[in-house]
Write a protein that binds this ligand. Structure first.
Ligand code: SF4
Ligand code: SF4
Length: 350
C-alpha cells in the first residue's frame, strides 16, 4: 500500500487536476446540509463535515431515473418499442465519502448484481467510479459502524483513504485503481515523519469512541417466527408515522418502483425510490395488502436489516451504522435500541 501526503493548501490544486481527467463528486454545503454533488470548481468541495444528511447512494441509484422512452404515435414504426435513455458513464471520482457509506455499496451490490441478473446501470456506475474515502476522526454520537461490520477507518470498500492530520491529509492507496490514481497525481509530498503513527492513533481513538453498541449474536440463534411474533414490536411501532425518512436516507435501502409516465403520444419508463414504510408498498393488484398495518411495516424494516439479511448471507447485517435514521427520525426511533430488544427478547414457553 503506497502513501503520500498533501498539505491542505495544496488540496484545491490537486482537486483541479483530478477535475481535468474525471468528473469529481464530493460533499458540498447546500443550505444547512452537506450533500454529495458534482464539483463545478475545487472551492465547492467542503470536507469539514461529519456526515451528510442524504447518503451518496443516489450517485449510483438515483432517486428518480429515466430508464427507457417510447412513442405511441399511430403509424410510427417504432411505436411501443422501449429505447434505453443514454447515460453518462465517463470515469468519475467520489471524493470524501465516509467509509461506512462506501461499505454500503458492497452490501447493495448483493441486490443489483446477482447470479441471475445484473443491473446494467448500477454495474457501469460502479465500474466507472473511484472511491476516495475520508476517515472519521470524530464520529457522531449516533454512529455505530463498529457494531455493523465497518469502522471509521474501514478501507474494505475504498480505493484510497484520506486521513485528516490537521495541517494536511495522509493518502493511502487501497486498490490497484487507487494506486493508479495516486500515481497520476502531481503535488503529493513524501510522508512526513510520524504521520502514519498519528493516523493509527486517530483510528484507535475513533474506534474507542464508538465502542460496540449491541451484540446481535443471540438474534442468530432465535427463530424467525419467534422474533416475528415478539411483543416488543407494539412498542417499537407505536410512535412511527411511516414517513419513510429512515429508508430514503439509508445507504442500504435500495427498493424502487417502476412506472410508465405518458404525455400525449410520448412516454417514459422511470424508476423511483420506494419505501417499505409506505402503506402502498405491498398493495397487490387484487386489493390485498399483506402489510396493511404500521406494525407489519416497521417490523419488516428491522427484520430485513437485522434478521432476514444476516440469515441469508451469514456475514453481517444490512446496515452500516451510519446513524442517519437515528439522527433524523422525527419520533426518535433508534435502530440500536431495536437491535438490543431483538437480542434480549425472550419468548419463553408458557
Ligand atoms: S423515520 Fe421514524 S417515523 Fe419515519 S418511517 Fe422511519 S421509523 Fe417511522
Ligand atoms: S439502517 Fe440507519 S444506521 Fe443503518 S445504514 Fe440505514 S440509515 Fe444508516
Amino acid at each position: 500500500m503506497s502513501e503520500t501526503y498533501v498539505s491542505k493548501e495544496k488540496l484545491p490544486g490537486i482537486v483541479e487536476q483530478l477535475m481535468g481527467t474525471h468528473r469529481v463528486f464530493g460533499p458540498i454545503l447546500k443550505g444547512q446540509y452537506h450533500q454529495f454533488a458534482l464539483l463545478e470548481e475545487s472551492a465547492d468541495l467542503d470536507l469539514a463535515f461529519r456526515n451528510t444528511r442524504l447518503s451518496p447512494k443516489a450517485l449510483f441509484h438515483p432517486h428518480s431515473e429515466r430508464m427507457f422512452e417510447f412513442t405511441l404515435e399511430k403509424g410510427n414504426p417504432d411505436a411501443g418499442i422501449l429505447k434505453e435513455v443514454p447515460k453518462d458513464y465517463r470515469s468519475r471520482i467520489v471524493l470524501g465519502i465516509r467509509p461506512c457509506d462506501a461499505y454500503a455499496f458492497k452490501l447493495d451490490d448483493r441486490n443489483f448484481i446477482t447470479d441471475q441478473f445484473k443491473d446494467p446501470w448500477w454495474v457501469q456506475r460502479r465500474e466507472s467510479t473511484t472511491l476516495v474515502g475520508l476517515a472519521c476522526n470524530d464520529p457522531c454520537s449516533t454512529c455505530f459502524c463498529t457494531s455493523a461490520g465497518s469502522g471509521p477507518f474501514d478501507t474494505s470498500s475504498l480505493d484510497v483513504l484520506l486521513v485528516d492530520l490537521g495541517e494536511g491529509y495522509l493518502l493511502q492507496a487501497v486498490t490497484h485503481k487507487g494506486e493508479q490514481l495516486m500515481g497520476d497525481l502531481a503535488g503529493g509530498e513524501s510522508v512526513p515523519e510520524h504521520c502514519t503513527e498519528q493516523a493509527a492513533a486517530l483510528k484507535q481513538s475513533a474506534e474507542a469512541q464508538l465502542g460496540i453498541q449491541f451484540n446481535l449474536d443471540p438474534v442468530k440463534q432465535k427463530s424467525m417466527v419467534e422474533l416475528f411474533d415478539a411483543p416488543f414490536w407494539e412498542d417499537v411501532q407505536f410512535s412511527c408515522i411511516n414517513c419513510g425518512t429512515c429508508t430514503f436516507l439509508c445507504p442500504t435501502c435500495w427498493c424502487f418502483d417502476i412506472q410508465d409516465e405518458v404525455y400525449q403520444s410520448r412516454g417514459e419508463r422511470i424508476r423511483i425510490w420506494d419505501s417499505c414504510m409506505f402503506p402502498l408498498f405491498t398493495l397487490h393488484g387484487a386489493g390485498h395488502n399483506p402489510r396493511d398495518q404500521k406494525l407489519k411495516r416497521v417490523r419488516q424494516r428491522f427484520m430485513h436489516k437485522l434478521k432476514y439479511y444476516p440469515d441469508k448471507y451469514a456475514d453481517g447485517i444490512a446496515c452500516v451504522g451510519c446513524g442517519r435514521c437515528v439522527q433524523h427520525c422525527p419520533v426518535n426511533i433508534d435502530i440500536r435500541q431495536v437491535a438490543r430488544l431483538m437480542a434480549e427478547s425472550c419468548v419463553c414457553p408458557v
